[in-house]
Write a protein of this length. Sequence first.
Length: 381
Amino acid sequence: MPAANPTTALIYSDEQSQHVLSPTHPMRPIRLHHMHELMRAAKLLDADAILSQSPREATEDEIATSHDADYIEIVKAIDAGAIVIGMDRYGFGPGDNPPRHGVYRHAALAAGGAVLATELVLNGTVKNAFSPAGGMHHHAMHNRASGFGIFNDAVIAINHLIDQGLRTLYVDIDVHHGDGVQAGLYDTDRAMTVSIHESGQWLFPGTGSPNETGIGDGEGYSVNIPLAPYTDDTLWHKAFDAIIPDLARAFAPDILFTQLGIDTHRNDPLAHLSLTTQGHNLAVKKFARLADELDIPWIAVGGGGYDMAAVARAWTMDLATMAKQSLPERIPSTYTSLTNLPTFNDLGDYRIDADTRKDIIRHNRQGIDAVRNQIFPKFGL
Ligand SMILES: [Zn+2]
């Protein structure tokens, strides 16, 4: 039965969690099942404010707004089990993007989920929508798979918004630079992309310098905030606060689109930032305030996150924030999908020695100053 007065759509189907990319692959879709069970145990799925919807596959025309026809055909052929000679040119092979049956279906569902999110907020069904299986594809390029990304759901959805005359603010808080989204929207002033990430000096994909500011009409509309390894909640938010609220107000978007990767977490095995679940969720609370203040709809997608416990807790907290629901402090005892999770927030101090902290502050300051010098004047700031 549909919720009585939904404010928030959760776009997810358990089909999105049942596949395996390869036996040793760090991206384990089952993380979304653990997350969804935690949302259930926390009674979010029963809340009147939350409308659960299954995604549909993006159509080929929708996918083609972001990807070349020959690449789409290659993904189809790989999905069908064909041995595709030269698939490495399209980013497939052992490692990040293994060829497998289902690759087209799952990527098309993630992309369709993001498009459905745009439809639900634009037709007034809800104020905001969360598609946790999306966002993972933020490295996907127009002609190749990259970094677990196949079809770039964010670019596809934002192109859909551009087609309707809407200007989008995209903010990517994944630990990795959102290079595919930046590349897909690099020459337009109809979308501003902001990525706050661990610096490419230390981490895949190696890009995301403040000097990457856009080209042509898009000059000034690509914003990058690179951070030093071990950046913690306090220092991460210092960078966030120095750039994002002012820029958001100056750009005055029609819609907010956020990528909520939780591979910034201090337990994440693939990267080196030191955020907690509550530090991550504080950013989502700031997005909620921004969407309210600007009175604009808000779409959120998931992203990276390779510590199962962090993913389940953080995205449950984020859904609660989006739908203005409260959560108990402790994980409900009915939750058995993952064990030994005591609380939603992370407990315990994470101490950085004073010298390292100084180095982090110095490095982060350079990035913040570069953005403020290169981007802010264009927007009268
Ligand atoms: Zn990531």
